[in-house]
Design a protein around this ligand. Structure first.
Ligand code: PGA
Length: 223
């Protein structure tokens, strides 16, 4: 691919700090193979590993950015268990908002999503808003990741959407938003190349394939 891409690795609720450290160690030892000029890599570990990842990235001068997988709809205060946007901002430049798993398991509503995107904006975090189809709820965000639930590897059939259909959804989304468009869902080594023909594609959101650093690096070599 000959354009700038945002490659987002969503580790979801996986990896202890020790596992995160060993992923980063492997990545660092093998980074010379990767062309970082045409892509920005955003790692989204759990909140508990953000700090250790940040230190590793800094100490090793790794060209990787960090993202959070969620943030609080509130600006901080008495909200037990929540992580506010200003806290996220201390460690990250990006944040995922409205992922399908949050909608399915954590009652993420449109109102909550709207408030979360505002929190991100107010704190200069780049929001990556996840949508399930072209008619899904959209607010202005820097990035929109189209991830049909059937394509998410841990849901339903876990089969990637056809590039032709992704292109149609992107055209419909482009009529409603100026956001940069990403695709996610069951991406793997043997299918990621097919999406390079989509002109408006500006990146990928990866789940399962990002957990193993070898697989992730091999995939980056194809982008
Ligand atoms: P998957 O997940 O790559 O494992 O399908 C993508 C996602 O849920 O963001």
């Amino acid at each position: 691919m000959d354009k700038d891409l945002l490659i987002v690795a969503n580790w979801k609720s996986n990896k202890t700090n020790r596992e995160a450290f060993s992923w980063l160690t492997f990545f660092n030892e093998n980074k010379d193979k990767i062309n970082f000029k045409n892509k920005e890599i955003v790692l989204c570990p759990s909140f508990t590993s953000l700090s250790i990842c940040r230190s590793f990235i800094k100490d090793n001068n790794l060209p990787i950015s960090l993202g959070a997988q969620d943030l609080s709809e509130f600006s901080g205060g008495p909200y037990t268990g929540e992580v506010s946007a200003s806290q996220v901002k201390e460690l990250c430049s990006y944040v995922l908002i409205g992922h399908s798993e949050r909608k399915r398991y954590f009652s993420e509503t449109q109102d909550k999503i709207k408030r979360k995107v505002s929190q991100a904006e107010e704190n200069n975090l780049d929001a990556i808003l996840c949508v399930q189809n072209e008619n899904d709820f959209i607010v202005d965000a820097k990035f929109i990741a189209y991830e049909p639930p059937f394509a998410i590897s841990t849901f339903g059939v876990g089969r990637p959407d056809a590039p032709e259909h992704v292109e149609k959804v992107f055209s419909a989304l482009a009529n409603k938003t100026g956001a940069k468009l990403l695709y996610g869902g069951s991406l793997a080594l043997d299918n990621i190349g097919q999406y390079s023909k989509i002109k408006s594609l500006r990146g990928f959101l990866l789940g399962g394939v990002s957990l193993d650093p070898r697989e992730f690096i091999n995939l980056l070599l194809k982008c």
